[in-house]
Structure formats: C-alpha cells, structure tokens
Design a binder for this molecule. Sequence first.
Ligand code: C2E
Ligand code: CA
Ligand code: CA
Length: 775
Amino acid sequence: MPRTSRAAVGAVVVFAVFISVILSGRLHGSTLTVVDDFALLALATPAVVFSALAARSLWGRRRLAWLSMTIGLLGWTVGEAIWTFYEVHLHRPPFPSVADVAFLVMPVGACAALLLLPAEHTSQSRARLFLDGVIMAGSLFLVSWVTILHPLYQSYPSDQLGFVISLAYPLSDIIILTVAGVALVRSSGQHRLSLTLLTAGLACFALADSAFAYLSATGSYSSGSVIDIGWAAGLLFITVAASAAHDGKRKRRNSFALPGWASVWLPYTPLLVAGVVAAAQPVPDLKSRPVLIVASILVVTVLGRQFLAVKENRLLVATVADQALHDPLTGLANRALFSDRLSHAMHLHEREGMSLAVLAVDLNEFKLVNDHLGHLVGDDLLVGVAQRLRRCVRPGDTVARLGGDEFSILVEGGNDVAELVGNRVVEAFEEPFVLSDHELLMRPSVGLALAEPDEPHLTAEELMRRADAAMYSAKRSRARVVQVYHPDIAALDEAADRRLFGAFEPRFDAGGAAAIELLGKLRQAIDKSELTLVYQAKVDLRTAENVGAEALIRWPQPDGTVLAPEEFLPLVRRHGLMGQFTQLVIGKALDDALAWRRAGLDLPIAVNLFAPSVANIALPATITEALAERGLPPTALTVEITEELFLDSTERTRAVLQELRRNGIRIAIDDFGSGYSALSYLRDLPIDEVKLDRSFIAPILVDARAAAVVRAVVDLAHVLDLTVVVEGVEDVETAALVQELGCDVGQGFFYGVPVAPDELLEAAVRKLRAIGPTH
Ligand code: C2E
Ligand code: CA
Ligand code: CA
C-alpha cells in the first residue's frame, strides 16, 4: 500500500475511535479531555501533510490555494496544541487566549484558499455569482443571528474582547461558507469533487466553531463535547479533499461547460434553512432590526437573481440557435447556414441579376497531417486555416466549413471581387502554420465558379458543383492559383479520369467508387510485383560521364498504357501501402543494379523514398539486408527523400538518416527549392547530395536574379560538402548555364529520358564501346 493511502486509512481509524469514545460516554473528566485533544492533534497532522502534498503537486493558483489551506491548518494545529497544553496544565483553559488567535488563522487561510482556486469556464455571469453570494451570506447570517449571535450579544454585557473573539468565529464561518458556496456554484467538471469535499470539511468546522462560540459564551464548553466531532470530521474531509486535489491529465477544455447542479440548488439551501429556523422563532424576535433588514435584502436579491437567470436563459437559447448554424471547431458557418445564404443570394441573382461566386477550397494532403501528427494537430490546423480564410473576405461574405478539410466561400459580387478573394486565399497559405512543435506548409486547391447575369436560371447546386469541379481540376494539376470554372474543365477531367481509371469510364461523381476499384488493382499489382522501374541517367557535368541512375516507378496497364507515379502514389500514401511499396522498389532497383554489375556496368542507383518511411526505425536494417543478400556494397545505393509536405526533422527521422549514412548509403534531398524545403535542412540533416528542383532551375536563362540565387545555393552546398544535382535540364543552354553556375551533376531530358533497365544498360555499353578504342 502506498504511504499516502496508509496515512489516510490511519486517519479514518483515529476518527472512528474518536467518535465511538465521544458517543459512548465511557470516558470522563481529564482522561476524556486528554484523549480528545490528542485525537484532534492526530487528525490535524495528516490534514496538514496532505494539503502540503497537494500544493506541491499542483501548479499556479491551485498550488497557492492549497498553500493557504496548509497555513490555515497549521495555524489551527498550533492553536489545538496550545489548547491541549492549557487543558493538561491549567485544567480550565482561559477564553479568549493566544490559542484563539492561532485558531482564527484557519478561517483566513481557508478563505484565501477558496478565493485563489481558479474560476472555471462557465456560462454564469459575475452578477449572478455575486447575487448568489449575497443570498447565501444573508441566509447564513439569519440562521446564525437567531441561533447564536443574538444570544451571544446578550451574554457579554461587559467583556468586550471576549465578545469580539466569540463573534469572530461565527462571522468568519459565514464568510467561508459563502465563499465556498460561490466556488461550488461556479465550479464545473473535473475539480468539483475536491472542492465539494473541502466545502464539506469547512462546513463541519463552521458548525463546530459556532457551537463552540456559543457554549464558551455560556461557559458550558469542555473538551470531549459532541461538537468536537465537527472538527474531527472537518479535518478528515479536508484530508480527503487534499488527496483528491491532484490534477489528472489536463483535459482539452470544452468550449462550452454546463454549470453544475450546485448552481441551481445551492444558493437556495441556506435560504430554506433560514426560513425553517426563522419560522421556529417567536414573532417578537423576528421583528428585531437586523432580521428585518437582512430579510428585505434577501427578498430583493432573490428577485434580482431570478430576473438575471431568465435573461441568461434567453441568451443561452440564442447561443444554442447560433451554434446550430456554425461549425463547433472553427466557428465558421456550417453547411446549413451556407446553403441558406447561397439560396438567398441565388434568388437575388435570378430576380435582380446580382453576380455572385462560390469558391471551393480544399487542403492538399490534409489526411497526412491527421494520420502522422494526430487529430489534435489536425484540428488546430483547421482552426488556423479558418482564421486565415476569414481574413480573406469582406464583412458581408460567408466562409463555411462543409466538412473535413472542405471549405466554401460565398462572395457577393462579380468576377473581379471573386478572383481577388480567391488570390488572397492562395496567398494566405504562403506562410507555414505553426502548430505545437510543427511547422506545416499547406497548399490549398481553390476552385471558383461564378453566377453571372447571363445565366439567370443557374441553380445553387449547379454552382456548387462547378466550384467543386474547378477545385478538383486545380488539385489534379497541383495548381498554385485559383482555378476558374469553364465548361471545358469537365471534359478535360473526364479524359483524365478515363486515362486514370481505364475501362471504368467513371462520371465525375462516381470518382469515389472508381478510385476504390483502382486501389484494389493497385494492391494486386504491388502483391504480384507488377510495377516496374525505369531509369534516368545522372551525368557528371564536367566529364559528361554517367555517374548514376535514378529509379522511377511505373505501372503498366493491361491495355498497354503506363500510369505515371503521380497518378497512383497518392493512393499508396493514403492507404497504408507505403511500407510494402518501398520494399518492392528497393528490391527491384537492387536486382537491376546486380544485373548491370554482372553485365559489367558498375552504376550506383538512386531510389525515391516517402518521407514517412524515413521515420521508420526498421528502414536501415531492411536496406542493409537487401544489399547484403545481393552482395552489393552500400555505395551502390543513394536514397532520395521526396519531401513535399514536411520534413519534420524529428529525432527519429534524423536517427534513421544517420544510421543509413553510417552504413555507407548516400542521402539526397529531392526537389530542393520547390517551395517546401528550407536552407536549414542542408545544415541540419545528415545528407550527401541536394537535388535542385526543375522549377528552381527553370527561370535561370531569363532571370539573372534567379541564376544568382542558384549560384548562392550551389556555393553554400559546396561549403557544406554536398554534391549538387540539377533536375529537369531540357536544353543545351540550360545545361551550359548550370555547369557555369557550379553544379556537379545533371539530370533531365537533355541528357536522357527515363528508360527501361536493359535499355540503359545497352546505351551505356554502346557508349563505352564508342569511346573504348580511342583510350
Ligand atoms: P522526382 O524524384 O523529382 O523525379 C523526377 C521526375 O521528373 C520524373 O518524373 C522524371 O521523369 C521527370 N523528369 C526528368 N527529366 C525531366 C525533364 O527534363 N523535364 C521534365 N519536365 N521532367 C523531367 P516521374 O517519373 O513522373 O516521377 C514523378 C515523381 O514521383 C518523382 O519525382 C518522385 O517524387 C516520385 N516517384 C517516382 N518513383 C518513385 C518511387 O519509386 N518511390 C517514391 N516514393 N516516389 C517515386
Ligand atoms: Ca527523385
Ligand atoms: Ca526531384
């Protein structure tokens, strides 16, 4: 049993013994006094310790609260020790005394603790909390007045100090109970248990204190009285409250927390008690001034609170109605509200010829974020996207989240306004999103469809469909601009679909089913190893020598056509086929390398890997094994990391890269300069080679600044001892310029298109023969 629960069990046992001793009435006189005093001291100790432990385990205001509680309890314990000393040595302790000063530290500490406990997010207003406080304080005062304060007042005709001290107990109890009541009313959810226990403990203390004040005033208190059970129970409750106060896992906070039932009944309970107690009093007592004043304050407050409650309820109903039309995550309009606004706008379009536009926005590769970084990061990303989209529109426009990563914007106005908004949307994604340790550069696909006066009978559904078609077209072409709908889009896309889905000839809206069929075929093709590799030569720019070949995947179809990687790699990534696929590529590539070697061609090959597979710890071992099986040296292989989303450089990725490199395998960063990679990768990642993307190289012939940037990157790479490879060299001019800029290796249609492995071998052998005799 852990030490803490042993202590708790001990406290419960002491409490049980204590009650039975007091209630049985077996002990009398000084024995009872001593047993009683020491039992209370024994119960106070765990209360202090647990409260201190709670303070240590918590943060911020909760920690301070339990610290105040500890100080209060410590004060009370000291008071009890002094009291015990008096009773053992003096038999009749003085009242008031130093002990009372120490005892009164308790209400101060408890009050501070309750005030320090942080307020939780609830729907109640401060005004209502205040009124609840007044109702509780007033009712408690009434109870206290008729039962204790009034008799006290009458029994201290001369002793001023005694009266003030006696008064201090019940009054401080009223304050504490009120503060505890308010804290309970506004608490919601996870911390309520500990707070309820604490309040119960303080209530026990309050009862005992008030009874003590009353009995002391009439001179009839002695230790061992029944009221001592109040303190003992109070200490026990506080001990349990303290041990329950450890914060669990911090939950995600609900945006809307329902107030607990306590907020409904708690303020009225003291009022009810006050009513019952007052009803039992003789009428003249009730006519005393304090009773009348407090009673009228209570009446006014209760009315005020009712009024407020009704007002807040109306507000609540309005909020609920509002939420029915908004997306809870992002706060954007939901589909219902969007449809409503759209159909309204379409009516105006039909009747008055108003122009309007719908933008369909979809995030590229959002699923990857969800799959690899978790749904919480995905949610945060959606919230960030919503914020940016909101900034792109004018006040009257509607931004909606229709589901998942699908957003729509309704723009009232013509072509110019709509394109302006669309461009702003594209620009809004230029900056990466910063989400809990990740920097994500997301790209949207944006489609735009216009309803213009020349088409008055256009329906809302058709407009939405057009915006979607334009968006899909943008996604297909990976366009970084707004794709405006035009009637040819559908035809173009259908042609693309036919190519992609072969004999199925899916209609646009049947894409889902066809994609599933295609996925089935892809699974089979991977299982049966039907995918093939073609190779593109890497050429040394100075010697024009073939220094390597990059393996590129192809999927031959039964009808003789061949699918290119971008047509099926998204399926591989999306449907968990990456591991199997990577195995297949590595296996085939190394088989080809071995065949070349046997035919006398010793050419290193490069394979492309998905970034997520590089985070797979098992990758280095798999590769080393594959090399060893074929008796190939590690220098025969380069891995290219195709990074289009986030090369997160997490510890795991870095460890895998380092391990690969230690094993002697070369590492290349692919597509550098395409907008996703950063200069810092060159510095931070263990790599050997950087491949400059075609889009990075394309403008250098016509743009001197672009050329200067390339030169700077090449120089930097050389300083870092990296080989620079240029991709996509298509003509002789570019080839000459990249050589002049200092690049080491070239790749592109100019040097050679990707070809089947035998063809590459034949070409290489022919080349060797051609230059052979001259050497
Ligand atoms: P990448 O790694 O950047 O490969 C270069 C792409 O550019 C190849 O397209 C190649 O055919 C094309 N290319 C080569 N020279 C030129 C040129 O002069 N001009 C132009 N316009 N293009 C040129 P491909 O084969 O369609 O591959 C596309 C992408 O698919 C690759 O880009 C790579 O990221 C990915 N990929 C290909 N095979 C694999 C694979 O086995 N595994 C993985 N994970 N990804 C692969
Ligand atoms: Ca590549
Ligand atoms: Ca590339």
